[in-house]
Design a protein around this ligand. Sequence first.
Ligand SMILES: Nc1nc2c(ncn2[C@@H]2O[C@H](COP(=O)(O)OP(=O)(O)OP(=O)(O)O)[C@@H](O)[C@H]2O)c(=O)[nH]1
Ligand SMILES: [Mg+2]
Length: 302
Amino acid sequence: MSEILYDDKFKSGFVAVLGKPNVGKSTLINALLGQKIASVSHRPQTTRKVQRGILTLENAQIIFIDTPGIHKPRYKLGEKMNEAATQELDGCDVILFIADVTQLPNEEDTMLAKLLAELKNPTPIILALNKIDLISEQDLSITSKAYQALNPASSVVNISATQLVGLDLLLEYIINHLPISPPLYPEDQLTDAYERDLAADLIRESCLHYLQDEIPHGVAIRIDQFTERNQHGAYIEATIFVERESHKGIVIGKGGAMIKDIGSRSRLEIEQITGRKVFLRLRVKIRKNWRNDPKMLRWLGF
Ligand SMILES: Nc1nc2c(ncn2[C@@H]2O[C@H](COP(=O)(O)OP(=O)(O)OP(=O)(O)O)[C@@H](O)[C@H]2O)c(=O)[nH]1
Ligand SMILES: [Mg+2]
């Protein structure tokens, strides 16, 4: 670890990144860190578990808490995801509420605003209006007003997580709200997640990328083996759990074509994130209705 030089003005603290599914929370954290640590997809409910992303600057260390998008749950899994996200609000220094400006606030945004209004410990809220690259200025002013009316935010900032717009201003607002404190993590640490967990999440990300409809949401990944092959990289064996026999066939695909695509994409993503060569073997197993199975949810860490 390289040594952090900090003075009595150094700040550090926790920022809970909150919002409904698919608004760009994980994309934003990856963008701010300048490196991918969190899975992202075009589908809602990509993030299932809370993950910390650590950004160390000259004058501050910001610990972003990526949370699962809060939604109306249809399964026990969803309930647990909402609970996990809500728990993070207690004791953080700033709440970063992310909204997707391409849509007007819906029921889920209202639910979140209500949740924030009912917090026992009042915490400053920064409202980040994301995806401004997709919308005209005129429409932005309409949706921006609607989100501001919903949330009593201390500051509001327009951003695009994919185009890296507005991020410096956002960081400035966040740092303003952090307490004076020495860094809490080593300077070179980017996340609190273990490599095996990152690998599992990236395999799931690939499933979200290739599979249609409800199937990828019923997928869970188990890493069965993660061993180093000295200088040659890592060897990983993983099981993809699905909910039905028919889903198993779809995940494997004609002549194994689908699982091959999922495997290749996962391997490249894991190599990127872990910085070494990866050999990956995937298999598929059925675990009926696991999203409502308390044992399975406990196993997943909920
Ligand atoms: N055009 C555009 N797309 C964006 C922007 N930010 C995020 N996206 C896209 O929005 C989708 C959802 O992004 P995620 O980062 O997975 O969203 P999330 O809020 O973490 O979603 P959950 O984990 O499901 O709660 C992805 O397809 C992103 O590429 C942005 O600023 N502009
Ligand atoms: Mg996410």
